[in-house]
Design a protein around this ligand. Structure first.
Ligand code: PLP
Length: 422
């Protein structure tokens, strides 16, 4: 039996739709958010509820719409690329797939980004990257993952997510969180694994920063240390940029932010600015280890997904999206730290580019903050995801956000969070 539907005062339309949804759609499909905004319209960095309230979008629809909603140039180019293409192109070749693949490779400026494998979701991309490594190095079953990472819920991606696994071949290493240990600590963990499994380790998978665990952004030496160890032991380094690629960290790709060249980079969310598309870009010898059909499925590399990839790259080239992200990062950092000074229930602010975690004193306060931000000043609210790891608010507006949009969101939070008593 489901719990009663979420409802809010003065939201007759929203409340009715929430009730119908709960009747028709499985609860397991949604993640918990105390607001459960029912959205009628989205444009740029704003959302409008069916009951006519306006909200600043601090989520980009779970870090997907990096260019914002209904971006005019993106929408026009997307339609142009997709025009006349079949709905799907299984067992056919749509030229737009070739164009998207070549352009994605070119955009990465990583000599190891030689070929593409398309997927329809981030976790499928992760799984395909892992399959590529496992096929390339048969007889090497051990997979190393960073503890606390999130790579998806399905299959192998689920096996390397979290802190424990039912897959007997998964081994965990530490990721720097509140206080980074010195490099020697992480080196010793890796060396112990190499010693315990000589010639048996196939891959190491990690995220640029721990997202779902609560926004932990490692010191720059950390990924370099992992990369050096992978090179020494000929282990495939898989960098999960599903939520970090396409400008989010202040560079086009997070591997550039962290100064490494992974063997396989997995992208999703921002890759098609909201069109469901994911991709693995990496070494040809790894990707070519998968033969005809071994990584195929109905939707991977479909023309509309590839049209979205091309249109997204065009907008990044024609508008200074990454520069804006870097400029707005300063405004964001200042604004969030001012809020921390003002509200003692905020315990920490962490992040880079336009992806931040605001850690609250406890889970109940974090949920209350999401709800009060939603109610905002009445006229204007701020839309957040449900807290990460219990008590961390994710702040990830579209990368096209302006200073005045950020300032108006902070002003709303100033007012709204006065109603929160920790
Ligand atoms: C870092 C990371 N990897 C993988 C995934 C899984 O992507 P998807 O939900 O599209 O399967 C996510 C989704 O949140 C993610 O944040």
């Amino acid at each position: 039996m489901n719990e009663p539907s979420i409802s809010h005062p003065n939201e007759p339309k929203g409340n009715a739709i929430r009730k119908r949804l709960d009747k028709a759609v499985g609860l397991g499909l949604r993640t918990y958010t105390p607001s459960q905004l029912v959205v009628a319209k989205a444009k740029g960095c704003h959302l409008w509820s069916v009951d006519g309230r306006k909200l600043v979008d601090f989520t980009s629809g779970v870090l997907v719409a990096n260019l914002g909603h209904a971006h005019p140039l993106f929408e026009r180019l997307y339609r142009q690329y997709a025009d006349g293409m079949p709905r799907n192109a299984y067992n056919m070749i749509a030229p737009v797939e070739v164009e998207a693949s070549e352009r994605l490779i070119e955009s990465m400026r990583n000599p190891k980004a030689q070929k593409i494998l398309w997927a329809a979701s981030g976790s499928e991309g992760i799984q395909k990257a892992m399959w590529a490594a496992l096929h390339r190095y048969p007889g090497r079953p051990i997979m190393v993952a960073t503890r606390g990472g999130f790579h998806g819920k399905k299959g192998l991606a689920g096996d390397v997510t979290g802190e424990s696994s039912t897959n007997p071949n998964v081994r965990w290493i530490s990721f720097p969180m509140y206080d980074a240990n010195p490099p020697a600590f992480y080196q010793a963990e890796l060396d112990a694994l190499a010693k315990a499994h000589p010639g048996k380790i196939v891959l190491l998978i990690t995220e640029p920063y721990l997202g779902a665990k609560g926004s932990f952004h490692p010191p720059k030496w950390y990924h370099k240390l992992l990369q050096a160890w992978c090179e020494k032991h000929d282990v495939a380094l898989i960098f999960d940029e599903v939520q970090a690629s396409h400008g989010r960290t202040g560079r086009m790709y997070a591997f550039q932010t962290y100064g490494i060249r992974p063997d396989l980079v997995v992208m999703g969310k921002g890759l098609g600015n909201g069109e469901p598309v994911a991709a693995v870009a990496g070494r040809a010898d790894l990707i070519d280890a998968l033969r005809y059909g071994e990584a195929s499925d109905t939707y991977s590399g479909n023309p509309r997904a590839c049209a979205a990839v091309c249109a997204t790259l065009d907008v990044f080239e024609q508008e200074r999206i990454v520069d804006n992200c870097r400029a707005m990062a300063k405004v964001m950092w200042r604004g969030l730290n001012d809020l921390m000074k003002r509200f003692p229930f905020i315990r920490d602010v962490r992040g880079e580019g336009l992806v931040y975690g605001v850690e609250m004193c406890d889970d109940a306060t974090a949920n209350r903050c999401v709800l009060e931000a939603y109610y905002g000043t009445g006229k204007l609210g701020v839309h957040f995801l449900g807290p990460l790891a219990g008590k961390v608010l994710r702040v990830s507006p579209p990368l096209v956000v302006t200073e005045s949009e950020l300032e108006s969101a902070f002003a709303v939070l100033e007012t709204a969070w006065q109603r929160v008593k920790a």
